[in-house]
Design a protein around this ligand. Structure first.
Ligand code: WTA
Length: 641
């Protein structure tokens, strides 16, 4: 078999699971043997969750791009690594073979080197979904530079904050990006983000949309010019080479910013070897990947799902990964199905929010689409409701393709709880069983473990798996506080979960102040800070409420001073402000103007009450006697839209 660690039966799952907990070091060193190392590890695992400190494959050296590219060249050089489907279906598809990918990544690594980028430097990448984005990511990895990809929907202000936090010295971007009918002027957003920035030395600009840009002398360079120059440096007599830099197993591979319940987004840091092993292992097992299959993950590389299951997982397994530039509803709501048919997609991995939104278009867009190539379906990002699960099963999978419901997080690097396609049972809306190496448990508010089944509580993990986050960039204490201090000795996920009598897990959603809007993580504090920037706003409180398509919508209670103009105008202006400060993904769906907020005597906002009102459950608001001014609740309740 191609992947000796691929689990092929339910019995093997239980066997491997047991072994992974009884002898984690033996188990993971066997898996790790399948990769290419410059130097093998001295010890497999050292850890404590107190500091926290986690080290996998300590003492080992490797380069992840040699594992994702070079080692496939002899057998699979002409196999597609990426199939790229452009935004406009009439435009040319690009097929990037492993040979071609090798050349482009070597070239780009040379470009970075020419511009002065060194191992450990931070390179921020702000691009649309084009193959060059993958070349940029892998080019960084080839020289040991730390990439930090920022999703194309974030505002200049959000980018500026991230650049500052990461002390990034280099940016890779494009003139623009296509998303359906829209063109996003990426370079101009970067220009705004760079006003006042003191660290960035070079900006590399790829041409995609021919959107006019202003290039700053000495700082901004064109991707095309640099790549052309580098070509003759890396290619001699038809042989392409750029020596990959050896990195330590624990060297950071990338930073990815994500929202938490307090403050600004934090830079989750993933290390190299553990992340590689985990994304590969989970890719091969969750989706039961077979060589030659076409894997289509619809996420954007700006999110962790794209990092792990468009780039690193598939490439390290020598797979063919389909990369889609556009959106599911353009030119029409049949776009995903057209892509499946056109490229004979075997594995489709998407988000419940996309499924719900496509359900809304009925069955017409699916008519006459040949989806017979599909063998495995997957979902990620939020709980999937049963209705969406059955629709996906029936109308996309024709009840022939197992659905994997994969639960994981930016911090976990890869899938932690999921059924394995066709190997372990699928249960609608249950992520089901933990991956080998993952030891989940449920705890109550006091941190006491809830044993016995069935059970319900807060989801924690007992011990480290290879791709657990190592730190939050520049602030290790914040990492400790956020994930390792709520419950002593445990990693706390921030999610609540149920467990049935067979040990299956169902994730019920966040139990902290993090919203999940269309599968995007947004902190309520972040949105409040953005709303409060508006000059008419005194104070605000943001909560989530159930939304048919987005899963959760953003509900904002806002106190304003002397409202100028109409309420409607102020509403629009507030939305505009949030869009400017964070990005369009964080725009409130509803804004209710109030004269006060329900606070305790110590000044804490009672979000529980606001959440209930936003959900329309005004009848039973629970105990309000501890409130400073219970009258405020009546007003808010009655003023509800
Ligand atoms: C939620 C995305 C239920 C969860 C990979 C988690 C899910 C947060 C699932 C992480 C799932 C993700 N079922 N909930 N299958 N997958 N979540 O960091 O609340 O963008 O904590 O990572 O999404 O979101 P993130």
């Amino acid at each position: 078999m191609h992947y000796p660690y691929q689990i092929t039966s339910l019995e093997q799952y239980h066997r491997d699971y047991r072994r992974s907990t009884e002898d984690p070091e033996g188990f993971w060193s066997e898996v790790a043997e399948q990769f290419q190392w410059r130097r093998k590890w001295d010890r497999v695992l050292q850890w404590n969750f107190r500091e926290p400190k986690v080290e996998w494959f300590g003492g080992a050296q490797l380069n992840i791009t040699e594992n994702c590219i070079d080692r496939h060249l002899s057998g699979k050089g002409e196999q597609p690594a990426f199939i790229w489907e452009p935004n406009n279906p009439e435009d040319r598809v690009r097929v990037v073979t492993y040979n071609r990918l090798h050349k482009r990544v070597c070239q780009f690594a040379q470009v970075l080197t020419n511009l002065g980028v060194k191992k450990g430097d931070r390179v921020c990448i702000y691009m649309g979904m084009v193959p060059e984005l993958a070349y940029a990511v892998l080019g960084c990895a080839r020289i040991g530079a730390i990439h930090s990809v920022i999703f194309g929907g974030f505002s200049a202000q959000s980018i500026a904050d991230r650049l500052e936090d990461a002390q990034a010295e280099y940016i890779v971007t494009a003139d623009g990006a296509y998303r359906g009918e829209k063109v996003i002027p990426l370079k101009s957003v970067i220009d705004d983000a760079l006003i006042g920035n003191r660290t960035v030395k070079k900006v590399i600009v790829y041409t995609r949309t021919r959107t006019p840009v202003s290039m700053i002398k000495g700082r901004d360079v064109w991707w095309e010019d640099e790549m052309e120059y580098a070509e003759s440096q890396v290619e001699k007599d038809g042989i392409v080479s750029f020596p990959a830099v050896a990195t330590d197993a624990e060297d950071p591979l990338f930073i990815l910013y994500t929202s938490g319940s307090t403050g600004k987004p934090k830079g989750v840091v993933h290390s190299t070897a553990g992340y590689m092993v985990w994304t590969n292992y989970t890719f091969v097992n969750t989706f039961q990947y077979k060589p030659g299959q076409v894997h289509f993950c619809t996420a954007d590389i700006g999110w962790i799902t794209g990092h792990s299951y468009i780039v690193y997982g598939p490439l390290s397994a020598g797979a063919t990964s389909l990369m889609f530039e556009g959106i599911p509803t353009w030119p029409d709501a049949g776009r995903f199905w057209d892509i499946v048919q056109k490229h004979k997609v075997n594995i489709l991995y998407t988000a419940p929010t996309a499924i719900r939104s496509l359900m809304g278009f009925g069955l017409e867009p699916l008519k006459d689409k040949d989806l017979s190539s599909l063998q495995v379906l997957g979902t990620v990002g939020e709980p999937i409701n049963e209705e969406a699960w059955h629709w996906y099963d029936e109308h996309v999978g024709h009840k022939q393709s197992p659905i994997v419901d994969t639960w994981w997080q930016t911090e976990t690097g890869g899938v932690l709880i999921s059924n394995l396609a066709g190997v372990t049972p699928a249960i609608p809306s249950w992520a089901s069983l933990p991956m080998p190496g993952v030891q989940p448990l449920l705890v109550d508010e006091n941190g006491a473990e809830i044993t016995g089944n069935p059970a319900s509580g807060n989801l924690c993990i007992r011990a480290p798996w290879p791709s657990i986050l190592r730190t939050t960039w520049g602030d290790h204490e914040r990492c400790r506080q956020t994930y390792f201090s709520t419950y002593e000795g445990l990693y706390f996920t921030g999610d609540g979960a149920l467990r049935d009598e067979h040990g299956n897990y169902r994730i019920t959603g966040r139990v902290d102040d993090v919203l999940n809007v269309s599968g995007h993580r947004i902190g309520t504090a972040e949105v409040e800070n953005a709303i409060n920037m508006h000059s008419d706003v005194v104070e605000s409180a943001v909560v989530g409420y159930p939304h048919d398509i987005k899963g959760q919508g953003i509900y904002a209670y806002v106190i304003c001073t002397n409202l100028r103009g109409s309420e409607e105008d102020t509403r629009k202006n507030i939305i505009q402000t949030v869009s400017r400060i964070i990005g369009p993904i964080a725009k409130p769906d509803r804004i209710q103007f109030v004269s006060g907020l329900p606070k305790t005597r110590s000044g804490k906002i009672m979000r529980r009450i606001l959440r209930k009102i936003a959900e329309g459950e005004t009848a039973n608001l629970g105990d309000t006697t501890t409130l400073l001014d219970p009258g405020v609740v009546e007003e808010i309740k009655n003023g509800k839209l």
